[in-house]
Design a protein around this ligand. Sequence first.
Ligand SMILES: C[S@@+](CC[C@H](N)C(=O)[O-])C[C@H]1O[C@@H](n2cnc3c(N)ncnc32)[C@H](O)[C@@H]1O
Length: 382
Amino acid sequence: MLADHHRIDRAVWRVGDQEVPIRTKVGVRGHPGVDAALIALAEPLRRGRLELAGRVLDLSGAPAALPVWAMGAGVAADWTVASTSAAAIAAARATLADAGLQVPVLAALPWEVDDRFDAIVWRPPADRGVRRVAAELAAVAGRLRDGGTAWLLQHKDEGAKRTEKAAAARFASVEVVAREAGWRLSALRGPLPATAEVDPWTAFEAPDGPVRAIVGAFAAEKVDPGTRVLLGALSERGAPLERLLDLGCGTGLLARAALAAGARAVVAVDDDLAAVRSAAYNLGDDPRARVVHADLTAGEVGSGFDAVWCNPPFHVGRQVVGALSRAFVAAAHEALRPGGEAWFVANRALPYEAELEGWAAWGDATPAAERTFKVLWARRPG
Ligand SMILES: C[S@@+](CC[C@H](N)C(=O)[O-])C[C@H]1O[C@@H](n2cnc3c(N)ncnc32)[C@H](O)[C@@H]1O
């Protein structure tokens, strides 16, 4: 199961008669194929309508497909790839290694990229809300050199026109250059001088204190209702905690509860850099806490945990990906010491029980009045 999760598959992106081999994996948008958005890039690339020369920042989310395309098409550009997803970064690195290309792949939110570029290819994370898109737009505008162009790639049903309109307030010109199956590619030229960065942080009050989060991180605006149910069930649990793993930590509320309950060491891990930044803030400078940017545990988190607390994801973007939740259960099993316990919360309809059959024991700890979520615990064989 975990080997399946971490397997980096092969896919091909077609640009005219050029075949661009890429690597991709569970958790990367478009897996097992290539992200459908790339269709709107293919034709303009083939016709040379995308000016990709000089220093180019690839924020397309496609795992380094653009630098590999450029190499095959004989286009000279100096590429940097940046991504917030540890899974996408692993896939991009594999794509580049296959192609024999030396291209930096940064784990960075757009406003953390400390450089300027002649071109930026940007696919806004529409599933993360308008505030996140606005913060990224400002960052993109602020990272272009004079005369540079940002290429905005978005679907009409994901708010492309709204983003184009927002871009018109930050750029001298916004021109739609391609429309393909609902996908729109626009050239944003001439960032306006007064372009100010947008504060990407938001804040709310949780029962255990204030929370700050990067907009677009999971549950950045309020405590997730599933997490609330899990925290309630865990507060009844009573057993002492030693080493705890918060797997898929989001803003870090489960990890924070474990610290408050006296855990000796807590590791919080998330694939999403926005979550990692948020959790790092919310766990403060507690020396017992460590926050890790990784795709599941990806060998970076260690093992032998006494407990894993987890509200597993079951989406990639807007697509339901059952394999991801199953991989979370397998990663929890692997991270635990023999006899260690995992606690999960999930929507009642999701079939997690089947994944727990191979454990030493498991049970349902859903609070009696709860109707929407279930809390399951499971013990690794001792
Ligand atoms: C349902 S949210 C729970 C977040 C947080 N624990 C809470 O309760 O608010 C699931 C989290 O898993 C993260 N995630 C998704 N895929 C992941 C992966 N492959 N490895 C690690 N984290 C991942 C998401 O970014 C998200 O923050």
